[in-house]
Write a protein that binds this ligand. Sequence first.
Ligand code: C5P
Length: 221
Amino acid sequence: MTRPIRCLITAGPTREFFDPVRFISNPSTGKMGYALAQAALDAAWTVDLISGPVALPPPQGLNLYPITTGAELHEACHDLFSACDILIMCAAVCDMRPAQTHPHKVKKETLEWNGRFEPVPDILKSLSNVRKPGQVIVGFAAETRDIAEYARRKLEEKNLDWIVANDVSRSDAGFASDTNTVTLYARTGETYALQPGTKLEVASSLLALFAPTLSRTQSNT
Ligand code: C5P
């Protein structure tokens, strides 16, 4: 008997703090990541969901790991990654963080809005560097133009098996939308333009495309 597929999904935004009450982030609602988690549960997969701060109830039956910052997401991903067959990195990681975080609330009269930022290290890249043979890694690319070109470049640079690209400038595919229109690019060269649908429908279609590679992996181990 084969064991269920174990997937690690990340969802939602991360926040980077200037001081205890001020942060930068992005408009991610977590809807796509939570839809992936629900679709994975529907397929009887075991699901570890690492979630940034969102207003969604977690689906029943998964292991939920709440995080807030990119550093916390990095740590949680590295703790859980080695146990998964497939990582789906749907979280909208806040790319930059203040170079300095103040331990106490800064008085607004003394706030420096031109403070320095530093990049948040690429979590996907760090995970693909430690992947075991057979582990499948999927990234997301939210773009507003030249989607195919940027998505393919990320697939290469981050050493991914698949990348799911969506045009977040479309009203039916943006962060808060209940629907999505995505294109899936494979490391092996194939491109799949998926039917537009609800995020749950799109999530199910994506998992159906990933599943055959995972079954092969499972029967090899
Ligand atoms: O480079 P970009 O942020 O557009 O890439 C998006 C993909 O990379 C997403 O899967 C996102 O979760 C992941 N990412 C990451 N670490 C970062 C930034 C993005 O893992 N610091």
